[in-house]
Design a protein around this ligand. Sequence first.
Ligand code: NAD
Ligand code: SER
Length: 335
Amino acid sequence: MISFEFLLLNFHFNIMAKDRILVIGASGQIGVELTIALRSIYGNNNVIASDLREENELLRGTGPYVSLDVMNKEMLHVQVIRQNVTQIYLLAAILSATGEKNPNLAWSLNMQSLLNVLDIAREEKLDKVYWPSSIAVFGPTSPKKNCPQQTIIEPTTVYGISKYAGEFWCNYFYHRYGVDVRSLRYPGLISYKSAPGGGTTDYAVEIFHEALEHQQYTSFLKKDTYLPMMYMPDAIRATIELMQAPADKLSIRTSYNLAGMSFSPEEIATEIKAHIPSFKINYKPDYRQAIADSWPQSIDDSQSGKDWGWKPEYDLPVMTKDMFYHLKHDKQFEK
Ligand code: NAD
Ligand code: SER
């Protein structure tokens, strides 16, 4: 006789086995780490990495990879059907600093990629879609400290405008068509595995590499420019926790505020000096200063805590120690 436990196990296995995830933009800063994390949960072969760029070397041999331009809707649709995809994580985008250099391209990629994915998700009745927004939705008229979930939102960068518009497309597809699309407003992300892709917060990654190689760094932001930041392991955990949360717990269908820590270039330099006493920082602000000045300094993410239990683990000292440990000891960073 078949036991209840066996049936339950089999049911659970079928649920897990049926998840087929397509990560678009998998060779980017978040994509590499998110793909690795998703593969460890859903199985290597059930997470298909895709990008316009070549496969990131950290992903090579860990699971399927397809070369894909998200702007080509037909090809995307073919892949979704061919690979039996049930969930899409859309990470392809042009970030804030690069966006200001080419506003038309940023608007076109950031909007059209989302609309292509949402349309296909609706047509193919996909289980879930993930699409990240950013603290860049906030503008100079938003509160600077503990910026709330709902507030004045008047972004001044093309990147911020595209993220804010995208949030409302997600909300629209959820309410009008029942597409279960979920989103987080990431702060600036700091990682040691993959390089950042053209954002205003990139200095907080570059500074670690320069500290190790040259014991000095020239910051493109002023010393007292506070910005909301987060260590990548927290961001990956937040993404997976949000995607695994029961749908009826989620009260926000635009995008959730998310916070980790907040610091200035001067503060991170002081923390780095504790590890490398000879480290020196100089300041030479460029066009990215105006972008940073338009964003809040810190974020109130209490709604994420209430709805799906979010709590960050890393602060500046713990992150700094962990960054240096991995940059010094991980094989891929050996010179
Ligand atoms: P990234 O630039 O490092 O990676 C984006 C990837 O998308 C790249 O590998 C790129 O080759 C790929 N891509 C670009 N155009 C494509 C196309 N047409 N088809 C397929 N792939 C394409 O960016 P990231 O930092 O990993 O960011 C991922 C997402 O998270 C973006 O939506 C970004 O706005 C958001 N976000 C990132 C941060 C951060 O600090 N990294 C903060 C807030 C929000
Ligand atoms: N890190 C991102 C950027 O600076 C924030 O979305 O563009």
